[in-house]
Structure formats: structure tokens, C-alpha cells
Design a binder for this molecule. Structure first.
Ligand SMILES: Cc1ncc(COP(=O)(O)O)c(C=O)c1O
Length: 405
């Protein structure tokens, strides 16, 4: 008899973590593996941010803080939403948690009853469906393919809504596709939601600053102010300030929802560690020049990857509009055979081949709900990306053609 809770039975560990572990295992055997599985900015956290944490700890900011976050950090987050997103919020409409992921977890924990549905436009971040399942909900994953720019259309949203729908998740710019919703796209989705008052909206805007080709970012909160009493705008410092390991996320939402999320927070982790909150405060209120610097590097790398993949027959890539991933179509490799004689039946077989033959770690599209694709992270140096693309090109060239059916 297993001692594990039944709620875990359907929940998978993170696929991007698993891909990264597989890459690390090969590396531990002495192989030169390029791991493009996990998505983390490869830049150091700005020094003034690290300093702020150090100074806070030395100054005695080492105690529990309010569950929702320190008043100073919440005020800074409210100011960020005003400055960058045109949202007028009071600090009471802000919560802080251990990363955007914990914000999402707390929100689901606070709102889902057994069997409630969450619409997660696929391809989507690997943790969304697993968190929904963990908390007793049912993920509903309308597929949004390259034909709609990997974006949910109003028609697809209308078709996915049922009386059990509790949440719609949006993620702009999106992981893994890089799709960005325009203000008009968001308004059109908002018009559908206006007809379904039981649906809450979670807009995950964690990649807000990583946008290409001079695109403008529009927050869901800005596009659909009329839905303010049922939207949660999720963001954090992880991607914008190269702070993934510091674990600070934040959100804006209606007071009753935030109050329930704070109950979850106070009865579980209590609060985010005080020095980490001081660091996030420094990130949001200090010099912002790193944002433009990181964005320029990610744009250069996006261009490099788009150009490189275009040269590889059998692979397709619509240029990502934001975030730091490339979601590469690999339909052209399915059915072909590896030099060892294995037929590539699906995208998991493709990533397995790339890892073991080319020594490049990638995540299969199946993990995100849309196949056959694989995701690589572009959050690494130009030199490493160039080498990875050369390896992928050689591995693809080594495949035998598909046998005629
Ligand atoms: C769409 C999306 N949301 C949230 C996160 C996690 O953010 P945090 O590190 O703040 O928990 C990620 C990380 O990969 C992500 O891709």
C-alpha cells in the first residue's frame, strides 16, 4: 500500500526540470552537454539588489513579515503597476509570495473546489495543469497552434467555457511559444468573459519586459479594466531582474481573493524571507537599466536562433515575439530513423535523440500540450546557442528519410 496521497497520482514532476536532470546526468558521465532545458536568465543579479539583501539582513530585517509582504514592497509593487502598466492600485490590492508560482498555487488553493475547471490555452507553462490537478481541479487545454500565432481566440474561449469554469489563464509573452497578446486581442477575450461572470482571469505577465521588435506590452489589467473585480495580474522579479533563485513574485487582484490567498500563505510559508523582499524592493525602485540590456541580448539571441533553425530542413519556427524560448516544430523529423535505427515516433523521441546524439538538452512539446514541437531556452550565450544549433543541424542531417507508408 502506498503512503502517498491520492491527489498526487495524476500529477507529474516538472518536465523542464526532468529534461535538465537528464542533461546533467550525461554531463556527470563526462560528456559535453549543452542544456537548453531550463529557462533562467544567465545574467548575474544586479549588484545593488544583492547588496540590499545583505544590508537588510545586517540591519535586523530578519523577522517574519506580514503574509502579504512588507508595506514598503507592496507600495513599490503598486508603483510599478502604475508606472509600467497604467494601473491605479492601492498596496491593499497587492500580495507578495515566493515566486509567481506560489502566487498561482495560492490563488488556485483559495478558489478551486473539486472538479472546477481551469482553461489553460496550450501550449502552456508546464506547471499550470499540474497545479490545477494537485488542487482538485480539471485542466481544460484548448489547443492554440501556429495558425493563430499560439494565441487563444475569442471563439475558442467561448467554446471552452462551461458552468464549472473557475479560471482562464493567460500568459503574455508566453512560455513556451513566445506569443504576445495585443491590447485588441485581450479586449476581444474580455468581451467573451463579460458574458460569463463565474470565470476569474489569471494573467501571468512574468515575461513582460522580454519583448522583441519594439513591441509594446499591454497588461490584461490595462486592456480590460471592467473585469478588475475578477482578475489576478501575476508578475515577479525573476525574469526581469535575473532573480530566479531569489523567489519573489507578486500580484494585483481584488481584496476578497487576496484575503483568501493570504490565509493560505500565512498558514503555509508565513511570508517571503525578509531579506529577499528587501532585494525585490531594491530591484523595483533602483536603476532599471538592466531591463533594456537583458532585452537587447535576448533579442539578439532570438534572431540568431530563428536564422539558424530556418537553415535546418524539417524544423520550423515562427519568430517568438517575447520571452526567451524557441518552440520549434519538428513534424518534418517524425517517422525518420536515427543512425542507430530508431524511428522518431514523437517529439519525446526527438528530444531523446537530440540529447543522446547531439548532446543538446531540450523539452518535448508534449509537456506543454502541443506536439510535435520541442522547446529550447535562448537564455544562454550567443556562442553556446550557435554551437547548439550546429549540433542540432548535424543530428538532423544524420537522420534517414521516413519510409513511405
Ligand atoms: C509562465 C511562467 N510563469 C511563472 C514562472 C515562474 O516564475 P517564478 O520564478 O517567479 O516562480 C515561469 C518560470 O519558468 C514561467 O515560465
Amino acid at each position: 500500500m502506498s503512503y502517498l496521497a491520492t491527489r498526487l497520482a495524476a500529477v507529474k514532476p516538472s518536465a523542464s526540470m526532468a529534461a535538465s536532470m537528464a542533461a546533467k546526468a550525461l554531463r556527470a558521465r563526462g560528456l559535453d552537454v549543452i542544456d537548453l532545458g531550463l529557462g533562467e536568465p544567465d545574467f548575474p543579479t544586479p549588484p545593488h539588489v544583492a547588496d540590499a539583501a545583505h544590508r537588510a539582513a545586517l540591519a535586523g530585517e530578519t523577522l517574519y513579515t506580514p503574509a502579504a509582504g512588507t508595506p514598503a514592497l507592496r507600495a513599490a509593487v503598486a508603483e510599478k503597476f502604475r508606472r509600467e502598466n497604467g494601473l491605479d492600485l492601492s498596496p491593499d490590492e497587492i500580495v507578495v509570495a515566493n515566486g509567481a508560482k506560489q502566487i498561482i498555487f495560492n490563488a488556485l488553493m483559495a478558489t478551486l473546489n473539486e472538479g472546477d475547471e481551469a482553461i489553460l490555452p496550450a501550449p502552456c507553462f508546464v506547471s499550470y495543469p499540474e497545479m490545477v490537478k494537485l488542487l482538485g481541479g480539471v485542466p481544460v487545454t484548448p489547443v492554440c497552434g501556429a495558425d493563430t500565432g499560439f494565441r487563444l481566440t475569442p471563439e475558442a474561449l467561448e467554446a471552452a467555457i462551461t458552468p464549472r469554469t473557475r479560471w482562464l489563464f493567460l500568459n503574455t509573452p508566453g512560455n513556451p511559444s513566445g506569443a504576445v497578446y495585443s491590447g485588441a486581442d485581450l479586449k476581444a477575450l474580455g468581451a467573451v468573459l463579460a458574458r460569463h461572470p463565474q470565470v476569474l482571469v489569471l494573467s501571468d505577465e512574468i515575461y513582460e519586459h522580454i519583448l522583441f521588435d519594439d513591441r509594446e506590452f499591454v497588461s490584461f489589467g490595462r486592456a480590460c479594466p471592467e473585469l478588475r473585480d475578477r482578475m489576478l495580474i501575476v508578475n515577479g522579479v525573476a525574469k526581469a531582474y535575473a532573480m530566479t533563485g531569489w523567489r519573489v513574485g507578486y500580484a494585483a487582484g481584488p481584496a476578497p481573493l487576496l484575503k483568501a490567498m493570504n490565509t493560505v500563505q500565512s498558514q503555509s510559508v508565513t511570508s517571503v524571507a525578509a531579506p529577499m523582499q528587501a532585494a525585490a524592493l531594491a530591484a523595483l525602485t533602483g536603476p532599471q537599466d538592466c531591463i533594456a540590456r537583458f532585452r537587447a541580448a535576448f533579442q539578439r539571441r532570438r534572431d540568431l536562433v530563428v536564422a539558424g533553425i530556418a537553415e535546418i530542413p524539417g524544423l520550423t519556427l515562427s519568430p517568438p515575439e517575447g520571452a526567451f524560448y524557441a518552440y520549434i516544430g519538428c513534424q518534418g523529423l517524425i517517422g525518420r530513423s536515427t543512425p542507430a535505427g530508431k524511428v522518431l515516433a514523437d517529439d519525446a523521441a526527438v528530444t531523446d535523440y537530440l540529447l543522446n546524439h547531439a548532446h543538446v538538452g531540450a523539452v518535448p512539446g508534449a509537456a506543454y500540450g502541443l506536439s510535435p514541437f520541442f522547446r529550447i531556452s535562448t537564455a544562454t550565450s550567443d556562442a553556446i546557442l550557435t554551437e547548439a544549433i550546429a549540433r542540432i543541424a548535424r543530428a538532423v542531417a544524420a537522420l534517414s528519410p521516413a519510409k513511405a507508408a
